[in-house]
Design a protein around this ligand. Structure first.
Ligand SMILES: [Zn+2]
Ligand SMILES: [Zn+2]
Length: 339
């Protein structure tokens, strides 16, 4: 099949179309014909070498929707021709994490697309009944592709933050793919939302998405504190080191800092006194579970949340898609398509 396979790390020009083998499903897997694959910030980091253990050559892309082409002998609930959206990882279904419903934490299964598994920047991938969800006819493939990563990640973080109706939440990197959808989800779930964004031009769209206030990066914690009764219940930290300090100081006593994104990887200074004295919780939140994907799909089917697709390009133009993302020329997800 034709695919964009990473053979060495570097600039977008390393993303070239190659002839690679079609991945072979094991008996409890299916072969999926890829219709669309979202382009994630994670892919850009992988391309430049942030995950040095990525086996080469590797077909990139973990935000996948397509059609079931063939079904292994021990797969139940799916048949050729079914439209599906995939979660980013194929879990094992039996380890301690899987049994606890934390399939995003499974490290025993076939793994993560674009790294351990051949990904969606090609014509075919393998999938399992454990990471595939039937995509209703009314949801187009480009939307199905981005459900688990661009929206499910935010839903997972909001769930882990134990937020209730009426709670206050701050979302950093709010103009980005995960941040923007998290603002929408939080508003939809009846929360008061403050969006942090370095792009003033995107403030109107964030307000439309449900942000009560759109605040600039510089010292946003003082503004959050003055607008709330002592601070926010949680911060969804989708940026990383640039906002970490203000995010921590935005919290009220007992608040939760959810680490979700790490756009500019780096260490953060932490004075333990603040979390100790205010009993703050600092928690990680990684991707989404297949249950999050199913929940998000139902929200989209009912029209309660609509993913933003910023651009669609043929898979062969993956390098251009990465350039668009790096230059921040697009709001919403960039999606590659074989359609
Ligand atoms: Zn992603
Ligand atoms: Zn497992």
């Amino acid at each position: 099949m034709k695919a964009i396979a990473l053979t060495h790390f570097g600039a977008p020009t390393v993303l070239r179309c190659e002839e690679v083998a079609v991945p072979i499903p094991v008996p409890d897997q299916m072969l999926i014909r890829v219709a669309c694959c979202g382009v994630c910030g994670h892919d850009l980091l992988n391309r430049v070498g942030a995950f040095p253990n990525t086996p080469m050559p590797c077909v990139m892309g973990h935000e996948i929707a397509g059609t079931v082409e063939a079904v292994g002998p021990v797969v139940h609930g799916f048949q050729p021709g079914d439209r599906v959206a995939l979660n980013q990882r194929i879990s094992c279904g039996t380890c301690e994490a899987c049994r606890a419903g934390r399939d995003n934490m499974c490290r025993v299964g076939a793994g993560f697309y674009g790294e351990e598994l051949s990904g969606g920047y090609g014509e075919f991938v393998v999938a399992s009944a454990r990471n595939a969800v039937i995509l209703p006819e009314e949801i187009p493939f480009e939307v199905g592709a981005v459900l688990s990563c661009a929206i499910g990640t935010g839903l997972h973080a909001l769930r882990r933050a134990r937020l209730q109706l009426g709670d206050t939440v701050v979302v950093t990197a709010a103009s980005g793919g995960v941040g923007f959808h998290t603002v929408k989800l939080a508003r939809m779930k009846g929360m008061r939302v403050f969006a942090i964004s370095s792009s003033p031009s995107k403030a109107d769209r964030l307000r439309e998405a449900g942000a009560e206030e759109v605040l600039d990066l510089a010292g946003f914690h003082s503004r959050v504190k003055s607008l709330t009764d002592g601070g926010a219940d949680a911060v969804i930290e989708a940026a990383g080191s640039v906002t970490f300090g203000s995010s921590l100081r935005s919290l009220k006593a007992g608040g939760r800092l959810m680490l979700v994104g790490n756009v500019e990887p780096g260490h953060v200074p932490l004075n333990p006194g603040l979390p100790i004295l205010r009993e703050l919780e600092i928690l990680g939140s990684a991707h989404a579970t297949v249950a999050d994907l199913a929940a998000v799909m139902e929200l989209v089917r009912r029209g309660q949340i609509q993913p933003e697709i910023g651009a669609m390009l043929p898979v062969a133009e993956a390098a251009e898609a990465h350039r668009l993302m790096e230059d921040r020329q697009v709001t919403g997800r960039v999606v590659l398509t074989n359609l």
